[in-house]
Ligand binder design. Structure first.
Ligand SMILES: NC(=O)c1ccc[n+]([C@@H]2O[C@H](COP(=O)([O-])OP(=O)(O)OC[C@H]3O[C@@H](n4cnc5c(N)ncnc54)[C@H](OP(=O)(O)O)[C@@H]3O)[C@@H](O)[C@H]2O)c1
Length: 264
């Protein structure tokens, strides 16, 4: 019999995870619940139907993936509370909401797991980090078996690692994409038209990430930046402008936010 899972929230991350599950060819019966019925069209390609109400299908689920924004977590948990029991395993992907905050809103003693990945999981087997306070070997085995079907799974020893990984791995694609848009703007400023700039940037970024897949970054930097050359001139300006410091400060801001997500 196919394993039954429920996903709460049919947004960006859910679509990426559904893509990863589809690619893995693992067969699950998937129930997706979202308050917005317009989301149903995006689910069609996964052969999944959308439910706009919470019902008994949730009780049959071995795993409930909680994938709503932090501001919506209280409402979502109140809605699933009548359908969960001590056998249920809740995997929360919500940035910054602790196991303790989730536990407090549930009547039953449910297994709660915090997870973190990023949107790139739609494209390849990305990391799936998870943390759980307590949990029998049997429960941990079930979690590993499920997550390993569509990710590279890594158990964290401390909950705070999930906050750090939220800042670096969850938000990470945005840092890369931000840099991508700076390069694209630079092509445009040098007089290339929009179409050319798009295409050249795309090729540059994808090909460079392929290079990183086969060689060490320090080795690559040395190979590209010859002494007295153009790359060396650019890198030395980046160092002078302390770009590394800016990036590290940006990551620290994300980390700070991940520990106090609902504060203004
Ligand atoms: N996006 C990422 O790159 C990423 C990466 C790592 C972790 N995460 C985490 O994943 C979570 C979801 O992010 P996302 O970008 O996928 O958000 P999203 O696109 O806004 O998706 C959330 C969905 O949940 C729906 N929703 C809100 N309240 C609900 C409720 N009570 N019951 C059922 N559905 C409800 C929303 O509907 P409405 O739009 O109508 O409100 C929306 O369709 C966040 O907590 C975030 O921290 C995201």
């Amino acid at each position: 019999m196919k394993e039954h899972i429920t996903i709460i929230g049919a947004g960006n991350l859910t679509m990426s995870i559904l893509e990863a599950i589809k690619r893995s060819r693992a067969k699950f019966t998937i129930n997706v619940v979202d308050i917005d019925k317009k989301k149903s069209s995006q689910l069609k390609k996964f052969g999944v139907k959308l439910n706009t109400t919470y019902d008994d299908k949730i009780s049959k689920s071995k795993f409930i993936l909680l994938i709503v924004k932090p501001k919506d977590y209280v409402q979502a948990l109140k809605s699933i509370d009548p359908y969960v029991n001590s056998q249920t395993i809740i995997l929360s992907f919500i940035a910054g909401i602790s196991v303790n905050q989730i536990e407090k809103l549930l009547t039953a003693d449910v297994n709660i797991v915090r997870c973190m990945t990023n949107l790139a999981i739609s494209e390849r087997q990305s990391y799936m980090f998870y943390f759980m306070n307590k949990g029998s070997k049997k429960v941990i085995d079930k979690i590993n078996k499920f997550l390993l079907t569509f990710s590279v799974t890594k158990k964290c020893s401390e909950e705070n690692h999930i906050n750090k990984l939220t800042a670096l791995y969850g938000s990470g694609p945005a840092y890369y994409i931000f840099f991508n848009s700076i390069i694209k703007k630079s092509f445009e400023q040098m007089g290339f038209n929009k179409k050319e700039s798009d295409s050249y940037t795309h090729s540059l970024m994808l090909d460079s990430s392929e290079l990183l897949g086969i060689s060490d970054s320090q080795y690559l930097l040395k190979a590209i930046a010859s002494k007295g050359g153009t790359t060396e001139a650019a890198l030395s300006q980046l160092k002078k402008d302390k770009v590394d410091l800016s990036v590290r400060r940006a990551v620290q801001q994300a980390y700070k936010k991940s520990k106090k997500i609902l504060s203004k």
